[in-house]
Ligand binder design. Structure first.
Ligand SMILES: O=P(O)(O)O[C@@H]1[C@@H](OP(=O)(O)O)[C@H](OP(=O)(O)O)[C@H](O)[C@H](OP(=O)(O)O)[C@H]1OP(=O)(O)O
Ligand SMILES: Nc1ncnc2c1ncn2[C@@H]1O[C@H](COP(=O)(O)OP(=O)(O)OP(=O)(O)O)[C@@H](O)[C@H]1O
Length: 453
């Protein structure tokens, strides 16, 4: 596509935003070379406390990371091409006046945006976005005796949700367990999707783990309550009550997830790259570095971790890492059992450990952990072509020959400076959960769901 002059801000419509980026869909004429594209723009955080100073990842790494590092692992067919596009301040200023982001503002100083295939666009296309989060329990071999019992029976996402609620964030009481979603067991996958749906409904569609878009427009729970939403016409053969629509959407999502190996591969990659857990990783860094070994207080350890881990990896660092680790990591897609996944993780731990001993540096293990962090935070967009349907039509098929696609988004590299935060958060999350269990009676404790891999 030629990068001719960028269409005016009025040709773009707000789609959604995450913590760092704002995404706009091109809404101009279908003859434009930009039709079918979305633009990802950097945001400027409004809340000072949320701004992450000094966390910048070089732009070259940001756009190439998905294509060069993640695609060989997850499969090229699951990634969209990203392409940098030059931006002018006047264009951004005009955009800022005609479009308000829901949470933050577009960064007026950004000099490049990123053009991507618009995954929510298309006639009759239902796009369901899920953020599946951490799909494994940590390697018990590297956990401290105090944290191991908690971390091997409750997954990070379930504990983290409670932690966020305890610290005042508006999180749902009974959220989904990712281990159910990733389990490959139909009943458990349905339970996870059901929990996500309930949280979506009770939050008014505000959660970041589940979103629905139909023909490029975000669909809210209120709209699905309405009798005449076009998505309901497209979901033929379903009873058009809210519950009927919910059941149909659940079926569509569950069967799309079942038909694809992506969740299984994603969880295996996350687990294999996080072979030591953050606890084991910190011990490995300390064993390679005498100054870190003597790092006394926890505060210092948090602060010092990033500097001992080294500079933010460049694209060539990442390419060298992948070239060395690809033979082992490419086995992830073939792992079909938990035993195979654990064996792969053990192989990775052994290999990273030997490499650190030889080099006197844990940098390879740090890069592996950072790549795992990217995969723990990505989202999937399930594109289901429903085809155009007349109200009342009888057909109950998905699309007309068009295929369901599952694409991974938000595959940005994580800043190496976050290592200290990851270590601190791990301690706080587990402590918060343990205190919760200690406050309970035995009967209450027995009712707490255990997470099973
Ligand atoms: O730490 P977590 O698990 O809360 O993950 C953060 C996400 O929170 P959530 O998925 O809501 O729990 C968080 O998501 P939200 O901004 O809450 O939608 C971000 O994805 C953040 O990454 P980054 O700052 O964009 O690089 C994520 O930070 P990283 O942990 O990936 O660095
Ligand atoms: N290629 C795409 N096509 C359509 N919509 C997209 C696309 N990429 C992202 N989006 C939408 O924009 C939202 C924000 O994008 P993205 O996840 O890249 O932002 P982020 O700031 O990096 O997120 P996070 O805070 O989760 O790290 C997504 O959750 C999704 O709804």
């Amino acid at each position: 596509m030629p990068l001719s002059s960028l269409p005016p801000p009025s040709s773009w419509q707000y789609t959604a935003e995450g913590g760092a980026n704002l995404v706009l869909s091109f809404a101009g004429p279908s003859t434009s070379p930009y039709a079918g594209y979305a633009m990802r723009l950097r945001k400027r955080k409004l809340a000072e406390a949320k701004a992450n100073a000094g966390e910048a990842v070089h732009g070259e790494v940001e756009t190439s990371f998905g294509r060069d590092i993640v695609a060989p692992l997850l499969g090229q067919e699951h990634l969209v091409e990203m392409r940098e596009i030059a931006l002018e301040r006047t264009w951004l200023e005009e955009l800022a006046t005609c479009m308000r982001a829901a949470v933050d503002e577009v960064d007026l100083n950004a000099r490049v945006g990123v053009l991507v295939e618009d995954l929510i666009a298309g006639d009759g296309v239902l796009a369901i976005e899920i953020k599946p989060k951490w799909g494994f329990l940590p390697n018990p071999a590297y956990l401290s005796a105090t944290k191991a019992p908690t971390k091997t029976s409750h997954c990070r996402t379930c504990m983290h949700r409670f932690y966020k609620r305890a610290s005042g964030a508006a999180e749902q009481q009974d959220g989904f367990c990712p281990l159910d979603l990733y389990s490959g067991d139909e009943g458990r996958v349905r339970r996870a999707v059901g929990s996500l749906f309930s949280s979506w409904e009770s939050s008014g569609g505000a959660i970041n783990n589940l979103r629905f878009f139909y023909e490029r427009k975000r669909v809210s729970p209120d709209e699905l309550q309405s009798a005449v939403h076009p998505l309901k016409y497209a979901l033929v053969a379903c009873d058009s009550s809210f519950d009927g629509t919910r059941a149909r959407l659940t079926d569509l999502l569950v069967s799309a997830l079942f038909a694809s190996p992506i969740l299984r591969t994603l969880a295996t990659l996350q687990a294999t790259l996080d072979a030591f857990d953050i606890e084991g990783l910190v011990s490995l860094i300390q064993s390679c570095d005498t100054a870190m070994r003597s790092s006394p207080a926890n505060d210092d350890l948090e602060r010092n971790l990033a500097s001992f881990a080294g500079a933010q990896p460049s694209l060539s660092d990442w390419r060298a890492f992948l070239a060395r680790r690809l033979p082992l990591l490419s086995r992830a897609a073939q792992c079909t059992s938990l035993a195979e996944r654990h064996a792969l993780r053990d192989d990775m731990a052994g290999s990273l450990r030997r490499a650190s001993e030889e080099a006197g540096s844990a940098r390879g293990a740090v890069l592996a952990y950072l790549l795992s962090a990217t995969l723990k935070d990505c989202s999937l967009i399930v594109r289901i072509p429903l085809g155009a349907r007349e109200p009342g039509a009888e057909k109950d098929v998905v699309g007309e020959g068009a295929e369901v696609q599952i694409m991974a988004i938000d595959l940005d590299p994580k800043p190496i400076q976050r290592l200290g935060k990851y270590w601190r958060m791990d301690g706080e999350i587990v402590e918060c959960w343990r205190e919760r269990l200690e406050r309970m009676t035995d009967a209450e404790r027995a009712e707490v769901r255990r997470c099973v891999e």
